[in-house]
Design a protein around this ligand. Sequence first.
Ligand code: NAD
Ligand code: TYD
Length: 349
Amino acid sequence: MKNLLVTGAAGFIGSNFVRYMIHKYPDYNVTVFDKLTYAGNLDNLKPVEDNPRYAFVHGDIAERAAVRAALAAHDIDTIVNFAAESHVDRSIMDPDAFIHSNSFGVYVLLDEGLKAGIERFHQVSTDEVYGSIKEGFFKEGDPFEPNSPYAASKAGGELMVRAYHITHGMNTVITRGSNTFGPYQYPEKVMPFFLTEALDDRPLPLYGDGMQVRDWLYVDDHCSAIDLVLHEGEPGEAYNVGGEHEMHNIDLTRALLQILGKPESLIRFVADRPGHDGRYALDCGKLYSLGFEHSFSFESALAATVEWYKANEWWWRKIKTGEYLEYYKKQYAERMAKAQSSDSTGSAD
Ligand code: NAD
Ligand code: TYD
């Protein structure tokens, strides 16, 4: 492993991963391949842009010629695929791009990778492929029951990874991460969205009754788990990557408000997300058997994340303009108009 193509790394987790890998492996060359969608942001890669072992290629993983050219030009032996449309709410409004990137794009990347003789293909996937679980924890062999167009499109991508392993003997691995948070996360996901809204004393639209459960994983732990599986994972296998920190959305929101010193009256209960998954929870025994340990407590990671957003307004204020405001209007305007504040009972419908 020497020349990595990291796709989708102008986004949140991928950019954190690139910084991590360039720092950790002084003999690796890292080429980022990214379409620069609304979520792609070269500011995320500023810390490595002058590194001689870093290169950037602007391209779409679903475009064969662009993928082929990048693999050849950078003599790529390893692909780590983060490229995806990643937001569930957007997948409900407009699923086309999700099928294009998360399913068809994965196929093109696999197929061109196979032709180029890639040594290892790592697909970054999500716990959402399993669907929702009331009690207990999903294991890697459990069936896929995706409930959102996002989750279904990621499951489609994963199944093609499996098929290329079984049919062509391609050396693949998959990680299924849980809800990830940390610096450089686009402020549409609940954590950076609520954080940046609360900093401006704006109301926070909590879906339904706020009792859904997510398992929170710090981005640095997610990156080190991907690194471990990339190097040590068994070919053809998938590995759950959880944070071991389940929280109800309402409790997460309260924790954020408390750390920011903002009042709970900012909470608005709004109409629920259609098909909203009630709980995600992963059994990570298989990852631990590779020797994985979390390095960050949820509390210290949350504090570091809040500090980062406070110190880096230059990064998120320019995002929250233009297309972002259009999205906000489409996603929240009607819900907010009908919202109930946190001191009323029940949730809006
Ligand atoms: P993100 O939305 O922040 O970034 C996605 C990146 O992919 C952007 O830079 C975008 O420009 C790029 N991209 C999109 N379509 C592309 C295409 N067709 N070709 C090339 N580049 C393209 O996403 P993220 O939160 O960093 O998630 C990264 C990966 O991790 C995704 O595959 C996602 O499914 C997975 N994941 C995310 C989470 C999470 O909580 N954020 C949890 C588990 C898994
Ligand atoms: P999100 O960050 O979109 O991640 P995912 O849907 O992939 O888990 O949402 C996390 C949780 O927060 C999820 O249960 C939906 C909820 N949520 C809200 O209540 N309000 C919001 O404005 C958003 C974006 C999410």
